[in-house]
Ligand binder design. Structure first.
Ligand SMILES: C[S@@+](CC[C@H](N)C(=O)[O-])C[C@H]1O[C@@H](n2cnc3c(N)ncnc32)[C@H](O)[C@@H]1O
Length: 179
């Protein structure tokens, strides 16, 4: 069994982050490098992820527990955790929501470059608590349960920031929440 955690090669840490995030852990997956930092400006081959090493490992452990899961990610920011999950864990379907409206172009490029557009969908300008715009039923669940393609019908499922609540919403499917 391939573990998501085994997809990473950890690189030497760097110093120089802010006082509250001073050590920059780094890893790579094939030719994509990840910096665990609060920098901005992800590129298709270098993503900034807002998780330090212990959190990265905890995050991937969820994917190892729920293999080939349908996943909802809350909060995209620089795209680091979505890119990480897409490359290391290969979820069955992954939908990510971000309140800010600007797309993370590096993430779009990564998804396109790795032909993940039928698997990974980031949505921007979506409040995770907005029931009217909770896209999950159409974009994630209907494709998982009824068809092999993404649906564009209006979603009707409410989201919660809490992973347990999500699990109840999507009974029968493994979900993980991350911010
Ligand atoms: C800690 S960052 C996400 C980090 C990212 N998951 C990672 O690990 O690299 C939290 C993100 O959640 C977004 N956010 C905050 N409130 C939100 C909401 N109500 N709905 C959707 N996104 C929200 C913020 O804009 C921010 O980009």
């Amino acid at each position: 069994m391939n573990r998501a955690r085994d997809a990473l090669t950890w690189l030497p840490s760097e110093s120089g982050g802010p006082a509250w995030f001073p050590r920059v852990d780094r890893f790579r997956i094939d030719d994509v490098e990840f910096h665990c930092s609060f920098e901005q400006g992800s590129e298709p081959n270098r993503f900034y992820i807002r998780k330090h090493r212990p959190l990265v490992e905890d995050y991937l452990a969820v994917f190892d527990r729920f293999q080939a899961a349908n996943v909802v990610e809350l909060g995209i920011m620089e795209g680091g955790s979505v890119a990480l999950a897409a490359l290391a864990a290969r979820p069955r379907k992954m939908v990510a929501f971000e309140l800010e409206p600007e797309r993370v172009e590096a993430l779009d490029a990564l998804i396109a470059g790795h032909r993940l557009d039928q698997t990974v969908r980031p949505y921007y300008g979506v409040d995770q608590s907005d029931r009217g715009r909770a896209w999950v039923r159409s974009s994630l669940m209907s494709s998982a349960t009824r068809s092999s393609t993404w649906s564009s019908t209006t979603p009707r499922i409410a989201l919660s920031q809490r992973g347990l609540r999500l699990r109840r919403c999507f009974r029968g499917c493994a979900t993980a929440a991350s911010t």
